[in-house]
Design a binder for this molecule. Structure first.
Ligand code: BGC
Ligand code: NOJ
Length: 816
């Protein structure tokens, strides 16, 4: 069953009913001001940091689901009937409803009793504000006397404190109302720099800024007293819960449409502003006022919206494909690229499943996210790399995460995740292959943000690799530390006495457990760093790294191979994990993917055998599960992985992030049917028809789909902020369609399903536009061995340099 449809032409997902299985959300903002908006206008906004600069309040895990957001209410002053045009929060019956989630904007249109409305939400480029453009049309035969109310609840900036520290916060809230603009100025007095504002384009019939007054005692957002009675209370918040609500009266003739604009924005006056006496009670509006005035005009809004759309058109134009599969095209051309950009902006901070206060930017996550957007905004990828690297520790190790506002590493969830540093190499390699910009390697980058200890970025990469080599375990495999990619495989959580809880934190991070996955990742990172070294003319380094990678591959073959698949790890006691010897957790997906991507066993048949084992033991119709058999009981020596019920998350869920590794591995061994088959199993668009089972948004990937051991097999969770986005994008565009940046130029190396007869694509790369056509006869399985470039034959699959700005025609034929 579907709850909507894709409008590929307009690059929108159109939701046809408000009560989707879960709130289906979208993101507003592309630079520093962001918001989440659901199909019923739920969500919140923040400036740069969802934890430290939260503009509006949102209560997670609330009932009813997804209450709190950017609401407007309409009231028919004749009958007293009032409703939410976004359905929530009044949930009044609507005669029509349609939500269109587009690229960084959302519109919600509906009708009730002959009154139609459409609200557009977006954040204009370069501005720290969001626009709500509300259009109300009277479709009745008679004039309509209406009231329009806006409503948001302010958050007192630090979302964590806001949700817990009531003894203080009930007394700190402050607002100011000047010329119809509501200024939320809590904390302004001591900081004198930032505030929020909520403005309206129309003269006000009233306003409210105290939540308790607007709603009325013991009432919710579904029946605010002000809306019910048709008149604001003109309340001013002193402490308690500051909110913003405007009341506008609209008298509409039959057929008449009126446009009302609301602006919600964040403002930071320059710290040294002369006009601001320290400790001032009053928000200084000198600089913000012209901005507000400008964006309250319909011309500015229309122009800003057109500019936003055009910017997405140009970002997406970097890679467009026309293949025989619609689900592939719409994911590659629109939604997967978009989700990759959103994960770039959000990391794992704010979604329906990430509360914005729990996690900042992950070291490994951000490096992997790069893979999905580096071609779209290379200059921002460059900055991101430098930010991440500046949090690296002098040992080459890493904080597991850092806070976006301060860019400082934190130890909130500990450190010692021993895979972390290696991802920096893969991220930088992706950047270099895409851009050819070797200058980044010479950038002086601090360690742990200490400028006095800076080295060129290249040395950071060297230390990353060295970090692994300095930490090899009894089998010569990398020590896992606290955990590797699989945060929940906590193998140093040992207990001398079976059944007892694990011992100290030191043991958790510092034990002798080893990871075959990190070994595979090391093989990949060593190869990538060798490529980087060659590109910047350091042949001795390149040779050293290649041989380190080969040595690790040998160690994997010796100790990490279980006969028909790659093993997962050795635990604190030296017991093997992910082996036929185990009763549960015999085979894991991660080392199969990563060892093969690292090149291990590709030549000697191990890879093909491992892939056959995956197909036989791990693949389901809803994707490939993480391991089998699922753990049926808690095991102290394995940690959190065994704490999940079977079939969920790391305990044998379909952890979608890992599936593309298998798609890539299949492509690497030339199995296009296998790769594409896995691709379609988790492609959200291809799952749209089972939305009642999948439940999450059909336009973006979710982190997890419940595995075959779960009673809800096929149900997705944790949509949006997941490495799944970047890796699927890489798998389909670079390995299946085969348009792959490499040192020295773009490669055209597709590995297609046998039934396809080719595809075409347009790819902008280093200032050149390539118009690519790939052809093959149906039934053929094979590779490209030469290219026709503007009619000239080029051997192999790598494109030669071309003049910047040129448009190059590339034809490739796949032969058996
Ligand atoms: C989850 C992981 C996640 C980790 C973050 C765990 O509970 O299962 O998927 O990466 O938390 O700290
Ligand atoms: C989600 C985390 O963000 C990611 O870093 C981790 O690799 C996976 N969970 C698997 O545990």
């Amino acid at each position: 069953m579907r709850y909507g449809h894709f409008d590929d032409e307009r690059r929108e997902y159109v939701i046809g009913q408000p009560d989707t299985p879960l709130p289906w959300i979208n993101y507003l903002g592309t630079e520093e001001y962001f918001g989440i908006v659901s199909n019923t206008a739920g969500g919140y906004s923040f400036y740069r940091d969802a934890r430290l600069r939260r503009l509006t309040r949102y209560r997670y895990n609330n009932v009813p689901l997804d209450s709190g957001g950017r609401y407007v209410y309409l009231r028919d002053n004749g009958s007293g009937d009032f409703w939410s045009p976004s359905w929530q929060p009044t949930r009044s019956e609507l005669d029509a409803y349609e939500c269109r989630h587009g690229l960084s904007y959302t519109t919600i249109a509906s009708a009730r009793g002959g009154i139609r409305s459409e609200t557009l939400y977006f954040v204009p480029l370069r501005e720290n504000l969001e626009v709500w453009r509300v259009r109300v049309t009277n479709e009745r035969d008679a004039a309509a006397d209406l009231s329009l109310f806006s409503a948001i609840e302010f958050c007192l900036w630090d979302a964590q404190d806001d949700a817990t520290n009531y003894q203080r916060n009930y007394s700190t809230g402050q607002v100011e109302l000047v010329d119809g603009v509501i200024y939320h100025k809590t904390e302004y007095r001591e900081r004198r720099d930032h505030f929020a504002y909520f403005a309206c384009s129309e003269p006000l019939a009233g306003y409210d800024t105290q939540r308790g007054t607007f709603l009325g005692p013991y009432r919710g957002w579904d029946r605010p007293a002000a809306v019910e009675r048709g008149q604001s209370f003109d309340s001013v918040a002193h402490g308690w819960a500051p909110m913003g609500s405007h009341h506008v009266r609209l008298s509409l003739a039959p057929g008449e449409t009126r446009e009302v604009i609301f602006l919600l924005g964040y403002w930071e006056n320059p710290r040294d502003a002369k006009f601001d006496p320290p400790g001032s009670q009053t928000v200084n509006k000198t600089l913000v006022r012209p901005v507000i005035e400008r964006w309250l005009t319909p011309e500015a809004v229309a122009g800003g919206f057109a500019e936003l759309r055009a910017s997405w058109d140009s970002m997406l134009a970097v890679m467009q494909v026309n293949s025989p599969d619609t689900d592939t095209d719409r994911m590659v051309n629109i939604w997967n690229a978009y989700q990759s950009m959103v994960t770039f902006n959000m990391s794992r901070s704010a979604s329906s499943f990430e509360s914005g206060i729990g996690r900042g930017m992950g070291f490994r996550d951000s490096n992997q996210d790069l893979l999905g957007f580096v071609h779209i905004v290379p200059e921002r990828a460059r900055q991101r790399i430098l930010d991440i690297a500046a949090t690296q520790l002098p040992t080459g190790g890493a904080y597991h995460q850092y806070q976006p506002l301060t860019k400082r590493g934190n130890n909130d969830i500990g450190s010692g995740f021993n895979d972390d540093p290696l991802w920096l190499i893969t991220g930088v390699a992706a950047y270099l292959k895409e851009t050819g910009d070797l200058s980044i390697l010479d950038e002086q980058v601090p360690y742990d943000n200490d400028e006095s200890a800076a080295t060129p970025l290249y040395e950071h990469l060297q230390r990353s690799l060295r970090y692994t080599l300095d930490r090899l375990g009894p089998h010569g495999l990398p020590l896992i530390g606290r955990a590797d990619w699989n945060d929940c495989l906590n193998l140093n959580c040992f207990s001398e006495t079976p059944g007892e809880p694990f011992q100290t934190t030191e043991n958790k991070d510092g034990g002798v457990a080893e990871s075959v996955f990190i070994a595979g990742l090391f093989a990949l990172a060593a190869r990538e760093l060798a490529g980087i070294a060659e590109a910047c003319d350091r042949p001795a380094d390149a040779a050293e790294y290649r041989s380190a990678g080969e040595k690790m591959a040998g160690t994997i073959a010796e100790h990490g191979w279980d006969g028909a698949w790659f093993r997962r790890a050795f635990d604190y006691h030296g017991n093997v994990i992910g082996s036929g010897e185990n009763d549960e957790g015999q085979i894991f997906i991660e080392p199969q993917g990563m060892c093969i991507i690292g090149g291990v066993g590709v030549e000697n048949g191990m890879a093909v055998q491992a892939l056959a084992s995956v197909r036989e033991r791990l693949a389901t119709e809803h994707g490939i599960v993480l391991q089998q058999p699922a753990y049926s009981r808690y095991r102290v020596e394995l940690g959190e992985i065994s704490s999940y019920p079977p079939g969920y998350k790391e305990n044998a869920g379909v952890f979608c992030h890992t599936n593309p590794w298998l798609m890539i591995a299949e492509a690497m061994v030339g199995n296009g049917d296998g790769a594409f088959d896995y691709y379609r199993r988790i492609n959200p668009s291809a799952r749209e028809n089972i939305s009642e089972l999948h439940r999450c948004e059909p336009y973006v990937y979710a982190q997890m789909i419940a595995g075959k051991d779960a009673p809800t097999h096929g149900e997705a969770k944790n949509s949006w902020l997941t490495g799944t986005a970047a890796w699927n994008y890489v798998a389909i565009t670079q390995w299946i369609l085969g348009i792959r940046p490499d040192f020295g130029g773009l490669r055209i190396d597709p590995v297609l399903p046998a039934a396809w007869e080719g595809f075409s694509a347009s790819r902008k790369f280093q200032g050149i536009t390539y118009d690519i056509t790939v052809r093959k006869a149906a039934g053929v399985r094979g590779r490209v061995r030469h290219l026709m470039v503007d009619g000239r034959r080029v051997e192999g699959n790598q494109l030669p340099p071309a003049p910047a700005g040129s448009v190059v025609r590339v034809e490739a034929v796949i032969e058996e």
